[in-house]
Ligand binder design. Structure first.
Ligand code: ADP
Length: 242
């Protein structure tokens, strides 16, 4: 346990420090010679600051949430959440900081889940962040929303390195990382937290993947039951007339 704790502190310190170097470096460059940079160079500098700040924010939010999970104090009120709006918001943030990557959101109609908006945002952020991290920049990331039997499914698909079969369940364990991917930064917390939060909302997360074939992670949540207007339904089928 002590060894695990020391490793964790070392990983987290490293993860917290890494984004700070480019943030500080670019900010001081902009301060000193910003006027002499070309507009596209300035834009790239600001994008880098934004991207690294978002990375820091994701890590801090995940750490806070993990601490709440460990202490059994997860709480937030259920509400009707517009899933399309949350997904567009999250994907929009990634589009700003990864302008060379193609993102697509597929959703026919509107989708409303009984859930906690901040948690849905955090889960989708963790899953899209992984899709970006574990696939090449030339590969698109697609998010598809649909509804079946009272459940809403949000599928995040990438065309990256994929996950070997024997690791498919282990990736949801706390701190677990697939050895082949440890050249990427990470803490092994994102999927653990995503699954805990999903289950707290009576939802779940599943994955389909194979090495070299990319991965699809699906978050499913309870849909808000649609209220059917009985009178207008009767009119439509002609009962009123009879
Ligand atoms: P982190 O990305 O910080 O390591 P996660 O808990 O989000 O932590 O993921 C755990 C591990 O699962 C990752 O280290 C990686 O090995 C694997 N993984 C997660 N998402 C993907 C993906 N989309 N493609 C390939 N491997 C993935």
């Amino acid at each position: 346990m002590e060894r695990l704790r020391e490793d964790f502190v070392a990983t987290v310190s490293h993860e917290l420090r890494t984004p700070l170097s480019p943030i500080k470096g670019w900010a001081s460059t902009l301060l000193q010679v910003g006027d002499t940079l070309q507009p596209e160079e300035r834009r790239a500098a600001i994008q880098s600051i934004l991207r690294q700040s978002q990375r820091l924010e994701r890590l801090i939010v995940n750490l806070l949430e993990m601490s709440k999970i460990e202490h059994g104090i997860l709480e937030a009120a259920d509400a009707d959440v517009d899933i399309g709006a949350v997904v567009h918001h999250v994907v929009g943030d990634f589009e700003k900081t990864s302008p060379d990557r193609a993102f697509a959101v597929h959703a026919r109609g509107s989708f409303c889940a009984r859930a906690k908006e901040l948690w849905v945002e955090q889960i989708v952020t963790n899953l899209v962040s992984n899709a970006v991290k574990y696939s090449r920049e030339t590969e698109p990331v697609e998010v598809t929303i649909d509804q079946l039997d009272g459940r809403i499914g949000i599928a995040i698909r990438d065309h990256g390195c994929g996950i070997p079969a024997h690791e498919l369940q282990r990736v949801f364990e706390r701190f677990h990382r697939v050895r082949e991917t440890t050249t990427q930064t990470g803490t092994g917390l994102g999927l653990y937290i995503a699954r805990q939060l999903a289950e707290e909302m009576d939802g779940g997360i599943s994955v389909e993947s194979a090495p070299g074939q990319g991965s699809t992670f699906v978050l499913d949540l309870p849909a808000v039951a649609r209220v059917v207007d009985v009178r207008s339904a009767r009119e439509v089928i002609g009962l009123e007339a009879g």
